[in-house]
Design a protein around this ligand. Structure first.
Ligand code: SF4
Length: 155
C-alpha cells in the first residue's frame, strides 16, 4: 500500500495549479539568487551529503513538481550522495528541489541564504495550505525511495 507521502505527492502531481505554483516560487528564488550572485565553483560537494555532513529535506509540493519531470530513480546509484549527481553536476537541474536552488557553499552568502531559505520555506508551507495539500518535510533520498519508481530492489 502506498505511504501517505506517496499518495499526497502523486495526487498533487496531477494538478496543474500545483506545478504552476511551485514554478512561480522557483522563479522568485532565482530572482533573489540573480540579485545576490553567490559563488558556485561546481565542486559538487553540496550533493555528496555524507562528505559534506548535511542533508537535503523536501516538501510534498516540491516532490510533486519533481516527479512530474523525473518519474524514476536512475540506475547504478551506490546509495550515497544524491542519486542524480553525475560527474559533479546535477542531472536534473531544471527539476531540482528548492533546497538545491537555495544552497551555496560560498561562506559570504551563508547569512543571506539562511534568511532567504526561511522565508521561501514559509512561503512553500503556506502554499500547501492554500492548495489543500498535506505538508510533509522529508529527507531527500527517503522521499525518492518512497515516491519514485525503481527497478533496483536494493535502493
Ligand atoms: S537534485 Fe541535483 S542539485 Fe540537488 S542534490 Fe541532487 S544532484 Fe545535487
Amino acid at each position: 500500500m502506498s505511504s501517505d507521502l506517496k499518495q499526497s505527492v502523486e495526487a498533487a502531481a496531477e494538478r496543474p495549479e500545483v506545478h504552476a505554483a511551485v514554478a512561480d516560487l522557483y522563479t522568485a528564488v532565482q530572482r533573489e539568487i540573480d540579485a545576490r550572485k553567490p559563488l558556485c565553483v561546481i565542486s559538487g560537494k553540496c550533493c555528496r551529503f555524507e562528505d559534506y555532513g548535511h542533508r537535503l529535506f523536501v516538501t510534498t509540493l516540491e516532490l510533486a513538481a519533481f516527479i512530474g519531470a523525473v518519474p524514476s530513480m536512475p540506475t547504478g546509484w551506490d546509495g550515497t550522495g544524491c542519486p542524480f549527481q553525475k560527474n559533479k553536476l546535477c542531472s536534473v537541474h531544471q527539476a531540482r528541489p528548492f533546497g538545491c536552488r537555495m544552497f551555496f557553499c560560498d561562506p559570504t552568502s551563508t547569512e543571506w541564504q539562511n534568511q532567504r531559505y526561511e522565508r521561501f520555506h514559509a512561503d512553500l508551507k503556506r502554499l500547501h495550505e492554500s492548495l489543500g495539500v498535506s505538508y510533509f518535510y522529508v529527507e531527500w533520498r527517503t522521499a525518492l525511495r518512497e515516491c519514485l519508481s525503481t527497478n533496483q530492489d536494493n535502493l
